[in-house]
Ligand binder design. Structure first.
Ligand SMILES: [Ca+2]
Ligand SMILES: [Ca+2]
Ligand SMILES: [Ca+2]
Length: 275
């Protein structure tokens, strides 16, 4: 146990220092328990801002939103599907989920007829008790952002997520896209080992605006409680999502382009006048 602890502590220490990319600050950690990733999660929280207690509709002083799944009612938890717009309609936090799969599940609480942890107690644990999140029949979850509680497209400047049971490097990743669907940043999620926890978060520091987040969780897929696509590839699920408050998206690129054309037209006219 000592060797494992030392190893995890060393990794945590190495990863706690945020890495500054060209225009992103990233926070990453992985290990066997919540203690291994909490410092990185806390550093991400501090970089985004906001308090430690959510206000109305999960807003942390208008700076940050979080989804830990734990308040989802039993009627929307395993074996019942979670609607993709639950966190913009039922609990408006400006995040809407989609997947090439057949939907989403939030894991059952103890004491229900359906087993906890999606029926995989030997593979999964929670970071925030008791509920976890997964796409169904797919390893892909796409998240798009709205001004919370509205249909107004929005963007965010930071996103982080906790993954559970990442056992192979290179399959589990987050990808951040802008409004033109250009990839802003991709990060592979660190290996936390069987039943382990992994955190990855990124904060834009040059004004980048995230319009969509794609989470790829392993290479397996949960089909229903206790049933996965196969027994040979890495099954991964998710716990907490953290992101900067979604704010209304800037005008679409087409209108920006039109504005630029108008500006160029004005310059041409000005030049003609001078000629
Ligand atoms: Ca496992
Ligand atoms: Ca949770
Ligand atoms: Ca796994």
């Amino acid at each position: 146990m000592k060797a494992i602890y030392t190893s995890a502590a060393t990794i945590a220490a190495l990863l706690l220092a945020p890495a500054a990319g060209a225009s992103w600050i990233t926070f990453e950690a992985a290990g066997g328990s919540s203690a291994a990733i909490s410092p990185a999660r806390d550093a991400f929280r501090a970089a985004v801002g906001g308090g430690s207690v959510a206000g109305a509709n999960g807003s942390f002083a208008g700076l940050r939103r979080e989804i830990n799944w734990d308040g989802v009612p039993d009627a929307r938890a395993d074996p019942n599907p979670l609607p993709g717009n639950f966190f913009n309609v039922n609990s408006p936090r400006g995040a809407v989920f989609s997947t090439p799969g057949t939907g989403f599940l939030v894991s059952a609480n103890a004491g229900q007829a359906t087993p906890t942890l999606f029926g995989f107690p030997g593979d999964l644990q929670t970071f925030s008790a008791q509920r976890l999140f997964t796409a169904v029949n797919s390893n892909i979850t796409d998240i798009t952002f709205f001004v919370p509680g509205t249909g107004l497209a929005a963007t965010t400047s930071a996103f982080g997520a906790i993954f559970v049971d990442v056992e192979l490097l290179g399959e589990t990743k987050i990808e951040l896209f802008d409004a033109t669907n250009s990839l802003l940043l991709a990060r592979e999620v660190l290996v936390g080992g069987n039943q382990g926890l992994s955190f990855v978060g990124a904060v834009a520091n040059a004004g980048e605006k995230i319009s969509r987040v794609r989470l790829t969780s392993g290479a397996n897929a949960i089909l229903s409680n206790g049933v996965r696509a196969n027994e040979s590839t890495d099954m991964v699920v998710m716990d907490d999502f953290l992101y900067a408050e979604p704010t209304r998206a800037v005008p679409a690129p087409s209108s920006l382009a039109l504005a630029a054309v108008g500006l160029l037209g004005g310059l041409a006219a000005w030049r003609r006048r001078r000629a």
